[in-house]
Design a protein around this ligand. Structure first.
Ligand code: MG
Length: 396
């Protein structure tokens, strides 16, 4: 069996650039699909796939996914960057899709079979003030959702520049105001919804490290399901300070691209949930190993699942969720009709759970004619230019 083609396909059914990789074989009708979405730099990923991975892989046996993952990883000599990891993920997931189609089994069966019927999800509630957020939380609860992430004003504390100059355009926020308002928000929401609903919050790395320590401690009485991205990936040592001060469960990892970033966090039990973005770490091959490592140390999975993951990528998250004993929770956006049209077989969101179909591989296809009706627009990203009130650029 041989690989005969590898190519990237770009589409944006919801206005968000998605990148899918299709791997074709010499077997009639046998192909695989994988997610390579790095929505901030989509054309770089597609060129890495088309110009470097395709010539590297054509003619090789698609069944040897483990060897091919290592081949793709070391072939560039320098490795573990987000562009190449996403390109590798697109191929890696496509090879698992092919493997499932050869076996006539869903990938979750190849990974050990179901540990659960469906994956518990959390949804995202936002609002300008605590009452607006509470309204959104109640709406989700009425729809059967069991866990809700509460944020106020996007990721918090939006302000203008205090300097009054427009020399530094960006998304301004006040970290002190954000931290205070977040405590008030959770006082309000927890008092209104009672103890049973799972509540989550994402700091999104927006605080100085010691302020993150303080917020984690202040939120402890509200018994969060988890507190997400309290610190940026270059300040991981501060997790020890958070751990010393409170028992707020911690989730980390959506920006990780290299195993050295998560190894200590897991081995020292400094986090409770790993939140890696599966395509950004290189696909299902490294993700299943990461999940197994976490299981040994009592850490659960909570794979990153925003709108800038294709339905193929959401299916990959879900198949890992179903097959890994140490699954925790799954982030998921809604899936629009346009997305479902382009990606037939997209997982089904019902109430508080995400359900997979039983088709072979990922069970998700790509309608290329429909995908072509939603071209991407590549350009400079605005929201990542986060600034403090005096104009200082901060991690977004
Ligand atoms: Mg996050």
């Amino acid at each position: 069996m041989r690989i005969t083609g590898v190519r990237a396909i770009l589409t944006a059914p919801e206005g968000i650039a998605l990148i899918v990789v299709r791997v074709d074989t010499d077997q009639p009708g046998l192909y695989g699909l994988g997610c390579a979405t790095f929505t901030q730099r989509p054309t770089l990923v597609s060129r890495a796939v088309d110009e470097y991975l395709a010539p590297l892989l054509i003619g090789r046996d698609p069944r040897n996914s483990e060897d091919l993952w290592h081949l793709m990883s070391v072939n560039s000599y320098w490795r573990t960057g987000p562009v190449l990891n996403n390109a590798i993920s697109g191929v890696d997931m496509a090879l698992w899709d092919i493997k499932g189609k050869i076996a006539g089994m869903p990938v979750y069966d190849l990974l050990g079979g179901k540990c659960r019927e469906a994956a518990m999800v959390y949804r995202h509630a936002d609002g300008r003030d605590p009452d607006e957020v509470l309204d959104a939380v109640r709406g989700y609860r009425e729809a059967g959702v069991l866990a809700v992430r509460c944020q106020m004003g996007g990721y918090g504390g939006r302000v203008g520049s205090i300097v009054g100059s427009d020399a530094f355009p960006g998304a301004y926020y006040d970290p002190d105001r954000y931290a205070r308002a977040t405590i008030e928000l959770f006082d309000h929401v927890r008092a209104a919804v009672g103890p049973d609903l799972h509540l989550l919050h994402d700091i999104h790395e927006r605080l100085a490290p010691i302020a993150a320590v303080g917020l984690a401690r202040a939120l402890e009485p509200h018994r969060l399901f988890f507190l997400e991205d309290a610190l940026p990936p270059d300040q991981l040592e501060w997790f020890r300070r958070i751990r010393e001060g409170c028992a707020t469960p911690l989730a980390m990892g959506e920006l990780h691209t290299n195993p050295v970033e998560w190894r200590t966090l897991i081995a020292e039990r400094l986090i409770d949930f790993i939140r890696a973005h599966v395509s950004a770490i290189g696909g299902v091959t490294p993700a299943r190993k990461l999940a197994a490592l976490c299981e040994s140390f009592g850490v659960r999975t909570a794979w990153h699942g925003p709108g800038d993951v294709s339905p193929i990528g959401h299916a990959a998250n879900l198949h890992l969720d179903l097959a890994c004993h140490n699954f925790g929770i799954q982030e998921v956006p809604g899936f629009s009709d346009a997305l479902r049209e382009v990606f037939p077989g997209t997982p089904e969101l019902r109430g508080g759970f995400l359900w997979a179909n039983d088709g072979p591989g990922w069970g998700v296809d790509l309608d290329e004619a429909a995908a072509a009706r939603y071209p991407i627009t590549a350009g400079v990203v605005g929201w990542t230019q986060a600034r403090w009130p005096d104009g200082t650029l901060w991690t977004p």
